[in-house]
Ligand binder design. Structure first.
Ligand code: HAS
Ligand code: HEM
Ligand code: CU
Length: 561
């Protein structure tokens, strides 16, 4: 997205990483704009309202839309926004410039990957959903494009770690600045997590779609997918945490309570995010109950750093509210800056995540999962963390970061405020409707509104909850229009802020800092902790993966759409 200005060079001159970060974020938001279009169609489907005939002949089926929705929102938007925002925050926090040609290479790889993957998706040649489970077989360009998108993310891993190592060399003995610590730990976590998808794509999906190998074992493919597919959710969440710990306390008018506690939470994610993937496969055959149990226990472990985060952030917000003059047990909540769309987006995202986390813990409980698996409970669960906590936080970040980078004022702040509230309320309606319908056994990934025409009333017992979904569909449509309007109106605006009104990066101070603490020195050894994560992953995955590799049952590809 070109920034129109008399002298854009001035804006980027001191910090050339601004431009590449902006390009990443804008590309992500473009993907989100297309991906979100299908959301209301899907939620109306679960209100027994079939709007798909209106999409013909542009989009062929419910599943083509659902694939676009999952891939563009959850894989593309998240990753590109994260690549842009974390790169910039780390560069500014540590005052180290990224290797600019490498950063641009990452962007170009991402763009080419997106173009390659989008082409078969839009032509209905890769309607395999965002989990691309074989034996569903898409066009090779989809898998190659997706692989390039992952390669781009690995270039970002390299960029972040390289900047951190350079900072370390320049500042021997000093603790890594907090935001740099958090971003580096996030990228290192993803560096291990991504291996499952890389192996799946390079050794199986790509050669299979090109006809070089005859078949792929579905169970092995699923296991490799979930090696990455669980930690990917923390890859979406941790950048929001970077903002909640590193920036939000200051935006709210206060300070972060404890810097070392934030580091400890991120280390928890670095070590425990990946060895938990079987919690998506409780219902799969061929994996022993013992290892499913181990993954259950480790999943509970990885919920701990989120619980720590809930208390640290709530306490930091309480301090901010009291500093703003809030009194009494709950008066501090009222005293938070509820007129600032960037803050409100993040607060509402965090509140939604309380419910998302509670549902996640139900899913993680081996036996309870059998009740909810593959029902609408699951999309009910994950729209709270990814489509509300992360997405609203990313909008919240964009609301100050885009004006900061481009010097353009946020267009229509009141519309932005209304948009984040409506999104939050809409998502709460949807979460309620979908969770409850799930308990009644309504399947996810099912075009039920088309089915009822032939078999009327098949899910009649869910009629009451469908009303919540219908309301959610209306609210979320309005919210999406408002949020995207604000975003694009800001980007296309010709107005420029005077230098003294350009928002600064709101890096928060900490009440309890890292200085002189031995624990912080131990935590700063990120390569060691990464090594520990690798060992743990090998222990919990290898016995099963080796068996699956030895006993592969390759299935030929199928096109069921
Ligand atoms: Fe999940 C399925 C378990 C977190 C996303 N999850 C999914 C899928 C997605 C997803 C996309 O164990 C579906 C995949 C598919 O298509 O099949 N999930 C968990 C657990 C957690 C969890 C234990 N999930 C997430 C996050 C996601 C995400 C984060 C995206 C970003 N999930 C599962 C399981 C399944 C699953 C099973 C498979 C189910 C099946 O059968 O298929 C935990 O990490 C959650 C811990 C969170 C907490 C909450 C902490 C609260 C905080 C906010 C505090 C609020 C404040 C606000 C401070 C303990 C930090 C104060 C505000 C004021 C105004 C004062
Ligand atoms: C699936 C609605 C935004 C990620 C779904 C489903 C519904 C839905 C009803 C379930 C479909 C089914 O199981 O058949 C909406 C609405 C949105 C929205 C109304 C907002 C207007 C988002 C956002 C993200 C997201 C922002 C991520 C950043 C996903 C994913 C799936 C999904 C990953 C699963 C796809 C699959 O099962 O293959 N969405 N969504 N959604 N949504 Fe959303
Ligand atoms: Cu998971």
């Amino acid at each position: 997205m070109a920034v129109r200005s008399a002298s854009p060079e001035d804006i980027y001159a001191t910090h050339p990483e601004k431009k590449v970060s902006l390009y990443f974020m804008v590309l992500g938001f473009i993907a989100l704009t297309i991906g979100v279009i299908f959301g209301p169609f899907q939620i109306f489907n679960y209100a027994d309202i079939d709007l798909y005939p209106a999409l013909q002949p542009l989009f062929k089926s419910y599943y083509q839309g659902l694939t676009l929705h999952g891939v563009l929102n959850a894989i593309v938007f998240t990753q590109f926004f994260i690549q842009g925002s974390l790169l910039y925050l780390q560069a500014r926090d540590s005052n180290v410039r990224p290797l600019m040609p490498v950063a641009w290479a990452a962007w170009w790889i991402a763009l080419i990957g997106l173009a390659l993957a989008a082409w078969p998706l839009l032509l209905n040649n890769a309607t395999v959903l965002y989990t691309f489970y074989p034996p569903l077989q898409g066009h090779w360009a989809f898998y190659v494009g997706a692989a390039l998108i992952i390669v781009s993310s690995l270039v970002s891993v390299f960029l972040s770690v390289e900047m951190w190592v350079r900072w370390k060399k320049q500042n021997p003995g000093k603790p890594t600045p907090l935001v740099t610590f958090m971003t580096t730990a996030t990228w290192m976590m993803w560096g291990l997590a991504a291996i499952g998808l890389v192996v799946e794509a390079v050794f199986f999906l790509i050669p299979w779609s090109l006809g070089w190998i005859k078949g792929v074992d579905p169970l092995l493919a699923r296991s490799l997918f979930w090696w990455s597919g669980h930690p990917i959710v923390y890859f979406w969440l941790l950048p929001a945490y970077v903002s909640w710990y590193g920036l939000l306390p200051r935006q709210a008018g206060g300070k972060l309570i404890s810097d070392p506690l934030a580091r400890m939470a991120f280390l928890g994610f670095l070590v425990f995010s990946t060895p938990v993937g079987f919690h998506h496969q409780f219902a799969d055959p061929g994996i022993s109950a013992f290892w499913k149990g181990v993954h259950t226990v480790l999943t509970m472990m990885v919920a701990v750093p989120s619980l720590m985060t809930a208390f640290t952030i709530a306490a930091s917000l309480e301090l901010a509210g009291r500093a703003n003059g809030g009194k009494g047990m709950l008066g501090w909540i009222k005293a938070l800056p509820w007129n600032n769309p960037s803050v409100v987006a993040q607060l509402l995202g965090a509140i939604a995540f309380i419910f998302g986390g509670a549902g996640g813990i139900v899913n993680a409980s081996f036996t309870l999962d059998y009740v909810v698996h593959n029902t609408t409970w699951i999309p009910g669960h994950f729209h709270l963390p990814v489509a509300t906590a992360s997405t609203l936080t990313f909008f919240g970040i964009a609301f100050w970061l885009i004006p900061h980078i481009t010097h353009k004022p946020l267009a229509a702040p009141r519309t932005a405020l209304a948009g984040v509230w409506l999104w939050f309320v809409g998502m709460m309606f949807m979460a309620f409707g979908m969770h409850m319908m799930g308990l009644q056994g309504v399947p996810r990934r099912a075009h039920i509104s088309a089915m009822s025409a032939v078999n009327d009333g098949i899910y009649a017992s869910s009629a009451f909850y469908m009303v919540f979904n219908a309301i959610a569909g209306v609210l979320l449509t309005i919210a999406a229009v408002q949020l995207f309007y604000v975003l694009y109106a800001t980007l296309f605006s010709r107005r420029r802020l005077p230098a003294d009104q350009v928002p600064e990066i709101p890096f928060a101070e900490a009440i309890s800092g890292p200085e002189g603490k031995n624990g912080v020195k131990v935590m700063d050894r990120l390569f060691f902790w990464w090594g520990a994560a690798v060992v743990l992953v090998l222990i919990v995955y290898m016995p099963t993966l080796v068996q699956l590799f030895i006993h592969m049952v390759p299935a030929p590809g199928m096109r069921l759409w």
